[in-house]
Design a protein around this ligand. Structure first.
Ligand SMILES: Nc1ncnc2c1ncn2[C@@H]1O[C@H](COP(=O)(O)OP(=O)(O)OP(=O)(O)O)[C@@H](O)[C@H]1O
Length: 286
């Protein structure tokens, strides 16, 4: 399937499959700029994949293409079916929480469902349950202005997850939050994926966040953008992986060095020697 019908439900097993994706824009001087030229990748069930790349690499464009906000000039983007044969569903969460101030927290959480069908009593019960799981039970009937940034972002996360997506796209969702809140939300996503098998694609400038949360990191670079490196993340943690235990894993610095060097356009080292590189801890690439 190509062009206008390029985002489609499919019987492929992967929740997301991108094949031979090409897209570009017209630059201000009228010349054509190719952002993607036959890009290929896929995302597995319950997999968390981070996409990192320099500013302008094409990360947001890729999300807009996957979510259907943009129509690819050519190529195929396939969203796999659910196990029960129903069509898969993508949910897209942005950096801005986009709360409607005149709606309560509960009503904001239900907005995602409302956009495609009538809200049922069961939905309200699920919304209250999920808000409670994210520590928002007591403020479900309050208005967003009384919430902190982290709480608002959790409401946005609830709204994203209530539509029961097979694939969640997160575009720098935590970048405006303080470090502690950020780690807590990273934990929420890691736990969600482990619990429900939801697949997640995350765009971030934060290398630590990418490593801590992901099963795989894709390094996007060049023009047209291509996958410059693809790193399977395997971390030795005591117990299940969390945002903190991931950062304490012995392999963490090696991965950090490889991605950091990749972003700077240096040859990526696939060996542990990369860990020797002098990288500022907590560096955020931009
Ligand atoms: N609608 C558009 N018209 C023309 N050019 C565009 C349009 N949207 C994006 N671009 C260009 O495409 C390129 C990729 O943009 P995109 O926003 O996808 O990058 P990004 O990797 O998400 O950047 P950042 O990390 O800064 O958010 C940029 O050069 C941008 O200027």
């Amino acid at each position: 399937m190509k062009g206008s019908n390029a985002t489609a439900a499919s019987t492929f097993s992967e929740p997301l499959r991108v094949r031979q994706l090409s897209h570009g824009f017209e630059s201000p001087d009228g010349s054509a700029v190719t952002i993607f030229d036959r890009l290929d990748f896929s995302v597995g069930h319950g997999e968390i994949v981070s996409i990192v790349g320099r500013s302008g690499a094409g990360k947001s464009t890729l999300f807009n293409l996957i979510s259907g906000l943009l129509t690819p000039q050519s190529g195929v983007i396939s969203v796999g079916q659910r196990a029960d044969g129903e069509a898969g569903r993508i949910a897209y969460m942005l950096q801005k929480d986009l709360m409607m101030p005149w709606r309560t927290v509960l009503q904001n959480a239900l907005l995602g469902i409302e956009l495609y069908r009538k809200v049922q009593p069961d939905d309200v019960a699920s919304a209250r349950q999920m808000l409670a799981r994210y520590g928002l039970g007591a403020v479900a009937d309050a208005y967003p202005h009384s919430l902190s940034g982290g709480m608002r972002q959790r409401v946005a996360l609830t709204r994203t997850l209530l539509v029961d997506p097979t694939l969640v796209l997160l575009d720098e969702p935590f970048s405006a939050l303080d470090y502690e809140t950020r780690l807590a939300l990273e934990d929420d996503i890691i736990a969600l994926s482990a619990r429900s098998g939801t697949s997640v694609v995350l765009v971030t400038h934060d290398i630590e966040e990418a490593i801590a949360m992901s099963d795989r990191v894709i390094l996007l670079g060049g023009r047209p953008a291509r996958i410059e490196d693809q790193i399977e993340i395997e971390l030795t943690t005591h117990g299940p992986r969390t945002a903190v235990s991931a950062r304490e894993a012995p392999e963490f610095r090696g991965y950090h060095a490889r991605i950091w060097n990749g972003l700077r356009g240096q040859p990526t080292s696939r060996s542990a020697e990369a860990a020797q590189s002098s990288i500022p801890a907590g560096a955020v690439h931009d």
